[in-house]
Design a protein around this ligand. Structure first.
Ligand SMILES: NC(=O)c1ccc[n+]([C@@H]2O[C@H](COP(=O)([O-])OP(=O)(O)OC[C@H]3O[C@@H](n4cnc5c(N)ncnc54)[C@H](O)[C@@H]3O)[C@@H](O)[C@H]2O)c1
Length: 249
């Protein structure tokens, strides 16, 4: 049997990350699932992920805060010890701490940059040497449409997501000669825990501004991640793919 590909996904215990994990499971990838919360039910999630696939895949869970560089290094080592390589890195872990600039606290700005942008650096920096050895790698980082267009009340989040785009384009240039391709997904409004906090009224208003007239699903984002990360993508790098129902054109 051909050796299975290996995908490491950060923040994959729920939301978009979990659906990304399920998509890769369906495609027969072994998985490294990063999570951070103590309340994560690893057994339950393993069952759920394995239930979507007929493939006999292996799943490794690693609890790590992506803001901790050394901990990321250890997670990557654990993954390589188990599977011998990492073919795909999906930088998905992310948080919001929304506030207007005028009210935003320094720690709200710092934390969002630390998790979303520095976390992406911490993971990518630690995974890339192993990809270079194999001369194969796909990196997909989850940005956001607000990283392109900005959003009132989200200067911290928008800056972190714009940062991910600049970071991705730079590493795409640096790593292309090693056959490592790096791209971003920019989701619009996707139904997850992150957006569940919005009232129905707000959600309706948002949907009215989307050409496809609805919020997206985590599965729709996961399919786009897989499109950029699978073996057949051999010529798309340094790009941002919007998954937003046509909201931002
Ligand atoms: N939902 C949307 O509408 C939307 C839109 C654009 C972009 N995004 C991005 O998609 C990604 C996934 O978001 P989601 O909607 O599934 O939200 P979510 O809150 O359900 O998932 C985020 C995940 O990141 C994890 N995480 C947070 N801090 C972490 C840390 N320090 N270390 C490791 N993991 C950490 C959380 O535990 C959670 O599993 C995020 O990067 C988010 O910014 C979401």
């Amino acid at each position: 049997m051909e050796e299975r590909r290996v995908a490491l996904i950060t923040g994959a215990s729920r939301g978009i990350g979990k659906k990304v994990a399920e998509k890769f499971a369906k495609e027969g990838y072994n998985l490294v699932i990063n999570y951070v919360s103590d309340s994560t039910n690893v057994e339950e999630i393993t069952k759920e992920i394995k239930s979507v696939t007929d493939e006999d895949i292996q799943v490794l869970f690693v609890k790590t805060d992506v803001t901790d560089f050394e901990a990321c290094e250890n997670m990557v080592k654990q993954a390589v010890e188990k599977f011998g390589k990492i073919d795909v890195l999906v930088n998905n872990a992310g948080i919001t701490k929304d506030n207007l600039l005028i009210r935003m606290k320094e720690e709200e700005f710092d934390r969002v940059i630390e998790v979303n942008l520095k976390g992406t650096f911490n993971m990518t920096k630690n995974v890339v040497p192993y990809m270079m050895k194999k001369r194969y790698g796909k990196i997909v980082s989850i940005s956001s449409v607000v990283g392109i267009g900005g959003n009132a009340g989200q200067c911290n989040y928008s800056a972190s997501k714009a940062g991910i785009i600049g970071f991705t384009k730079s590493i795409a240039k640096e790593l292309a000669s090693r056959n490592i391709l790096a791209n971003c997904i920019a989701p619009g409004f996707i139904t997850t825990d992150m957006t569940d906090v919005l009232s129905e009224e707000v959600k309706e208003k948002i949907s009215d501004q989307i050409p496809l007239r609805k919020m997206g699903t985590a599965e729709e984002v996961a399919n786009a991640v897989y499109f950029l990360a699978n073996e057949e993508n051999t010529y798309i790098t340094g790009q941002v793919l919007n998954v937003d129902g046509g909201m931002m054109m």
